[in-house]
Ligand binder design. Structure first.
Ligand code: ZN
Length: 158
């Protein structure tokens, strides 16, 4: 059996007025924010699901149910820390993470270095890639009604 485990994560949240926009643990100035039970951090949720999937653990919705008031407006970085602790307790380390943020607006590029810094600190690795894409004005994301994120993670048993 290989010591390597790959995982994939995907998430989408609706963009609405009256919410803060938090992506990758960074608050991004914008007139709208993501709707969700927690802080709706779409990138962190995709990374969490990729980590859980790679480790063969139940998904984010099972671990942190949105019916549980404990997770109302929860800081997703705190959830990521919990998941990373689980991964470590199973004796995995992160080899690398690749991810996409898919948003028509705002421009994500200027925030990527800060997001990377926050995630690197939590996950003890610099091997994190974050790419920013738009949807060319197509579908709900392209119309500015939602933001999507995708992540893949490679774990290594130590
Ligand atoms: Zn989510």
């Amino acid at each position: 059996m290989s010591n390597l485990k790959i995982g994939i994560g995907y998430d989408l949240h609706k963009l609405i007025e009256g919410r803060k926009l938090i992506i990758g643990g960074v608050e991004i100035p914008f007139e709208k924010g993501l709707l969700g039970h927690s802080d709706a951090d779409v990138l962190v949720h995709a990374i969490i699901d990729a980590l859980l999937g790679a480790a063969g653990l139940p998904d984010i919705g099972t671990l942190f149910p949105d019916t549980d008031n404990k997770y109302k407006d929860a800081n997703s970085i705190e959830l990521l820390k919990k998941v990373y602790a689980k991964i470590q307790s199973l004796r995995y380390k992160i080899n690398n993470i690749d991810s996409n943020i898919i948003a028509q607006a705002p421009k994500m590029m200027p925030y990527i270095p800060e997001i990377k810094k926050v995630l690197s600190k939590v996950l003890d690795t610099e091997e994190i890639s974050i790419k920013a894409k738009t949807k060319e004005h197509l579908d709900a994301v392209g119309e500015g009604k939602a933001i999507e994120a995708q992540a893949v993670v490679l774990l290594e048993k130590i």
